[in-house]
Design a protein around this ligand. Structure first.
Ligand code: MGD
Ligand code: MGD
Ligand code: SF4
Ligand code: MO
Length: 694
């Protein structure tokens, strides 16, 4: 049997997995023992990656909707021709910006880059991704505070910490291998800040049961207490930050006297928390969607960064203000997709970067996209308004996952042409499309993923593609050809070609990968690959497998100092009222459930999750509303929609809150069209609702 090491393409840890293959079939799957991320462990999702070979009915040609509304098989050539003809016709009729795409954090970096070249550079489309629903807040927070979207940590920092503070993160469910690493650290005190007694909160030493969306008040108050008590690292602040005096003034308004009313946490507990931070020698803060998905999310993320800065808990082993990413290649999409910035980073209007990227790609500067894309929500709004007429959805399922998801349906109703490119043709979004482009799953692909700690690793073809099957890379390339890109595709023929281009684009940037080679990521010269974190410059030698940033205290801002960003507390647009007296919170359900459940079906061990939409409800509230366990109820949200959910009793949600896993399409019919003003990330985590017996 042949052993092929590859990368799990589900969550952002991007664990490495050894596939044992015989006769073109995967016989055994085993987590890679020497891989620094997962060290011989993985979760049930990784263990079931072989199911891609049985669960996916590989279609070998596209489907086109005919005049009667039926989907009919057509040849690939015809598919590319129809795509090019329809999209260019729409552009000719309604203008260049009347076509757009929504993509993903779940393809390879090379695929994202090629899509950016075809869609943004050549066609002038707007193109955003599901990463807007996920990481946009951290991206903006990092750029403003650190000068570049560069998270400081390496995963090993969790093992080196003495105090681990998890804010709006539930790694027991969402990043299980990371949770395993936290648990290896027997000495650390683990604190979880979450309005819900999540699986992680249950397993922590301290659960900070905060009122939804009051993290900013808590974090500013903590900063004030630390400053007032002199529990800060003044030397670090003086040498490596700017704007401290203004920040100090700002937080002075956040006193212990008001904290309980605003956050639900008593002043004694806030003081205790401040003392724990002060007493910790290596304090690390980790956040995920409970922070990123909010109406004042960027400032909340930055208030975590600010705490790390004032206490000097950054750039040292076991420390950091650490944002965990969600999808396997969210980081690749952030640095190399040509959507929010140029390949390798830098704004579209930065003349120095434009010149460097154009040179690296060997094209005229005029070829490069000239401005950042419209954000996801605006693309959908413009489609509803009839200004965007052609939409291409790639490797994401927005009919289910977008906030207030009936809006996506409305958008589709106003489109002239919807293309869906997926590995499953029956997703809620694919069912609405005019043209379906089938792609092969990751086990048949090649390319690089970049994980949450900036580690590049390779997805390698584990089983061969069959005749007629195409990867996303090949689909993009053929669409480019059908559009007439000609010589503009000369340097983009294979994933390896594109990786070489991206290396050149990254030269001299914080995410410099000029020293990385495919051979290195394939582990050809060693016993298996260990991946490599960016930056990794040409000529650099790996001394340590786990590298963190900012060890020299230098940031990527012009002054090399980190910046304090802060703001007054915004009004809560999802406040409860007499009409909507309860808060609905949403997020992940179980380890084996993946987002819109399309891929949950690949995970065979997971027979335990519920098949129908449900909410967790405190039994006290259920009794008050006279609702029995498993009763199906109607829930109406402040966005005007009503949907049905089963009620599951749980003491782990507060009496006035309910929690709905995002894995059921019903959940997002209730979530609000509310966004952070800077990142435009949806506020998925709170909406005011009412509950009615049927
Ligand atoms: N099994 C599984 N794993 C996954 C995924 C999956 O679908 N299934 N998806 C992956 C992806 S893309 C992502 S982005 C990550 C997400 O990973 P996480 O962010 O860890 O998961 P969530 O459940 O979305 O949210 C985390 C917690 O935020 C809490 N929260 C809600 N409101 C607030 C608040 O106001 N303040 C605070 N402090 N907390 C709040 C919720 O109660 C929840 O427990 O998971 C990744 N891993
Ligand atoms: N209420 C609520 N909603 C949320 C969230 C929340 O916490 N609460 N979280 C948000 C977050 S963080 C995220 S990341 C999004 C995720 O939302 P989505 O991205 O919509 O969810 P997925 O189910 O992962 O969809 C991925 C699609 O890509 C397809 N696919 C997989 N591999 C390939 C491939 O190689 N090529 C192609 N072409 N297709 C492929 C899958 O079949 C699937 O249809 O959901 C967001 N929605
Ligand atoms: S923890 Fe994440 S990367 Fe690792 S096997 Fe599970 S889903 Fe895959
Ligand atoms: Mo995500």
């Amino acid at each position: 049997m042949k052993k092929i090491q590859s990368t799990c393409n589900l969550c952002a840890l991007a664990c490495n997995i050894d596939f044992y293959v015989d006769n073109g079939k995967i016989q055994k799957v085993s987590p890679t023992v020497d891989y620094p991320v997962n060290k011989g462990f993985c979760c049930i999702k990784g263990l079931n990656l072989d199911k891609q070979q049985t669960k996916i009915k590989a279609r070998k040609s596209p489907l086109l909707r005919d005049e009667n509304g039926e989907m009919r098989e057509i040849s690939w050539n015809k598919g590319f021709e129809v795509f090019a003809k329809k999209m260019t016709e729409i552009q000719a009729k309604y203008g260049k910006e009347s076509v757009a795409y929504i993509s993903t954090g779940q393809m390879t970096t090379e695929e994202m880059a090629l899509l950016g070249h075809v869609g943004r550079n050549y066609m002038g489309m707007h193109g955003d991704g599901n990463t807007r629903l996920c990481m946009a807040t951290s991206v903006v927070a990092h750029k403003q505070s650190f000068g570049f979207d560069a998270p400081p940590y390496t995963l090993n920092d969790a093992e080196l910490s003495d105090t681990i503070i998890l804010i709006g993160a539930n790694p027991v469910i969402a990043h299980p291998v990371f949770w395993g690493r936290i648990r290896k650290n027997k000495d650390a005190k683990i604190i979880t800040v979450d309005p819900r007694k999540s699986e992680t909160a249950i397993n922590s030493h301290m659960w900070v049961d905060i009122k939804p969306k009051s993290d900013l008040v808590l974090l500013y108050t903590l900063a004030n207490v630390l400053i007032q008590n002199g529990w800060i690292d003044k030397k670090y602040i003086d040498e490596h930050t700017e704007g401290y005096e203004d920040f100090k003034n700002h937080v002075s308004k956040f006193t212990l006297d008001n904290v309980e009313e605003e956050t639900g946490i008593s002043k004694e507990r806030v003081l205790e928390l401040a003392e724990i931070i002060h007493n910790g020698k290596r304090v690390s803060f980790w956040w995920t969607m409970g922070v990123n998905q909010g109406y004042q999310a960027v400032r909340t993320a930055q208030s975590i960064i600010n705490l790390a800065l004032i206490t000097g808990n950054i750039g040292r082993p076991g420390t950091g203000a650490n944002s965990l990413t969600g999808q396997c290649n969210a980081m690749g999409s952030r640095a190399f997709s040509n959507t929010a910035g140029l390949y390798g980073g830098g704004d579209f209007d930065n003349p120095i970067r434009r010149k460097a990227v154009a040179e690296a790609l060997e094209v005229d500067e005029s070829v490069l996209a000239t401005k950042p894309t419209l954000p996801y929500n605006v693309i959908i709004e413009k489609a509803i308004a009839g200004e965007i007429k052609g939409l291409w959805v790639i490797c994401t399922n927005p009919r289910h996952s977008f906030t207030n998801n009936d809006e996506f349906k409305k958008a589709v109703e106003n489109l002239d042409f919807l293309v869906v490119q997926d590995i499953y043709e029956d997703t809620h979004t694919a069912q609405l499309c005019d043209l379906y482009l089938p792609s092969v799953p990751a086990i048949k692909k090649e390319g690089v993923l970049i994980n949450t700690e900036r580690r590049l690793s390779k997805v390698n073809p584990v089983v061969p593609k069959e005749e007629g099957e195409l990867s996303d890379f090949e689909i993009f390339l053929n669409i480019g050809k059908a559009l007439g890109m000609g010589s503009l595709l000369e340097n983009w023929k294979t994933p390896r070609d594109v990786f070489e281009l991206l290396k050149k684009c990254s030269k001299g940037m914080p995410c410099d990968i000029t020293g990385v080679t495919y051979e290195m990521l394939e582990g050809k010269n060693m016993e298996g690959s260990r991946g490599v974190q960016w930056p990794f410059k040409e000529g650099q030698v790996i001394e340590e497998d786990e590298r963190r940033l900012y060890e020299d205290g230098n940031y990527y801002t012009p002054s090399k100092k980190a910046k304090f960003h802060f703001e007054d507390i915004a009004e809560n647009p999802t406040e409860t009222s007499k009409e909507f007296p309860y808060i609905l919170n949403t997020g992940r359900g179980t380890v084996g459930q993946w987002h819109t459940q399309v891929r949950s079906r690949e995970i065979e061990h997971n027979k335990i999750y519920r098949k129908e939409s449900y909410v967790l409800m405190n039994p006290d509230l259920a009794r008050e509303l006279n609702i029995n366990e498993n009763e199906r109820v109607n829930i109406t949200s402040q966005n005007g929609n009503t949907n049905e959910f089963n009620v599951v009793y749980s003491e782990n949600v507060k009496k006035d809150h309910i929690y709905a896993p995002m894995h059921y399409i019903e959940t997002n019919s209730l979530t609000p069209s509310v966004y952070d003003p800077y990142s435009k990330e949806p506020s998925f985590k709170t909406v005011a609702v009412n509950i009615f017996k049927k």
